[in-house]
Every structure is written in C-alpha cells, then in structure tokens.
Ligand binder design. Sequence first.
Ligand code: GLY
Length: 332
Amino acid sequence: MSFSTTTPVIAIHGGAGTLSRASISAEQQAAYRAALDEILRSAQAMLAGGAPAIDVVTEAVRQLEECPLFNAGRGAVYTADGRHELDACVMRGSDLAAGAVAGVRTLRNPILAARAVMEAGGPVLLIGPGAEQFAAECGCETVAPEWFDTPHRLAQLHAMQASDRIALDHDAASHDAPTVPAPLDERDKFGTVGAVALDAHGHLAAATSTGGMTNKRPGRVGDSPLVGAGCYANDRTVAVSCTGVGEAFMRGLAAYDVSALVEYVGLPLRFAARRVVMDKLPPLGGRGGLIAVDARGNVALPFNTEGMYRGWARVGEAPVSAIYADEAGPEQ
Ligand code: GLY
C-alpha cells in the first residue's frame, strides 16, 4: 500500500445562493454549520484511516442526502408537477471511472446508485426507471416517492408557482413566501450537494447530488449528473463538484474546464477555479460556485453568489465550515 506525502483533505458543499432576508438566529446558523461539521469529521476519520477518496466522497454525499437541510435526497426540491426527480454523479480520479443517475424518484440515496453504476463498468449514465431498476438489483434501498416530501420544499414550490416562476428564474428577485429560516435565502438558492477529496494514497474523487431546481420542468436534467459539467475527477489535475444554475454549468463544462486550465494552461488551482466561476460562468447566467481539490492537496471553494454552504478538513486539523463570502476560506 503506497501513501502520498500530502495530507489527505475533504471539502464539501451544500449549495450556493443569496443571503436570507429573514432574521436568522444564531441557533439557525449553527444548525447548518453543525451539519457540515459532522459530515466533515466523519470524512476526516475515514481519510485518517486510509479510506479511498472515492469511498469518502460517496459517504459524505450520502450523509448530505440524508440531511433535510440540503437539496438532495430527502429535502430535495419539487418539480413543476409536484414530484421529485433526483440526479447524482460520482467520479474516481485514478482511472476516470464514473457513474451517474438522473431523474430517479424512488432511490433513497441517488449517490449510491451512481456509485453502483460506476462499479458495474458499463454505461456511465442511467436515467429514470431503468436507473431505478438497475440500482435496486444492485442492492440500493428503494423508497416510495413520497419519502422525499418535506413541508418547506412544498411551500417553496407553491410560492414559485404563485408568481409563475420556473426553474430558470430561480435567481430572480425573491418574494414573500413561507419557508424555513435559513442563512441563505431558500427562495433564491442553488441547492446541490457535493464532496471532493484527496486520500492518503494520492488519489482524487468527486461526488455531486441534487434535487435540481424548484418548479423545474419534469424531465429536466441539470449539470450535476453530467461528467465534466457538475462533477469531475482526474488524479493528474483536480476533483471538482459544482453548484449553481445547471444549464450554464453544462454549457461551460465547468468542472472539466477547471481541470483543463490546470492541465493544459498550467494554472494553479485557485486561479483556474476562480477563472471559471468568476469570469466564464457569469456571462452564461452561471450563478453558483464549486469546490475543488488538486493532487497536491490545495483546496479552492470559489462562488459568485453571496454565500455557499461549504467546509473543508485536512487530516489532523480542525474542520472549518463557512456560509458567507466574508468568512475566510483556504483559496476562495
Ligand atoms: N446545479 C443543479 C441543477 O441545476 O440541477
């Protein structure tokens, strides 16, 4: 077993967006930070024990899916017809293996289904009932579609529909609607979750999972399950997980673009990540951000919104979680 001289590191995100206009109590902020910290500590322990990066990011995203504060798994947003259609992707940097599912409605943890697709080594992306059937055959837990229902996401759907806004208007001006108080405005947030990691063996991996955007058209798929758009990992360069307006991240091949800037232009990670998020995506309407770690253990977490739920942890150091732009980051 070979070990890298670089300290293993994990970074996670839980979506980007604007600051909440509601009055947020310290307790409400603390709930989000506590959720991020708990997942970071769990991932840190796995990395310290020598776990492969692909296992660490899969488990971190599974935990984010299980947390109803975030838009993935339970707590996912609703489509225009009042359902949930979930997307996820996982990628291993050592051999560019990848697996993804899109538009699934009955898989408790879409990221585990994506992982099963990857492990099978056949198709990279499975959609809808075919993905559900395959994942169930692989032992992934299935649930009734209603399992993903949460009152606060339903209130968001009704608010969007009352103002006749659709998914792509998700970043339009907020309006009054019932929602749970949260540090980032739930009516103007690009919810997706993700994780990137460098392990003790020098390998990178990335994972991304989402419910998409509130009031999205049934059948719409965003960037999250698309290799190179919302998720990418290559041991030669970087691991990246994105959150934002999916169509722009798809058109910009955001995750792969960070890798390409590192590999072909030789940009350091922080400049490559910022160039994509701050320069390339905004003209495409690409509000959001990404998390990235490179093969040397550098971490970058840039976003062009007012905040992004995020955190990172190196083995042997205290985890750090942050929400707003004015909080210090490693390489924002
Ligand atoms: N970035 C998530 C989506 O657009 O679906």
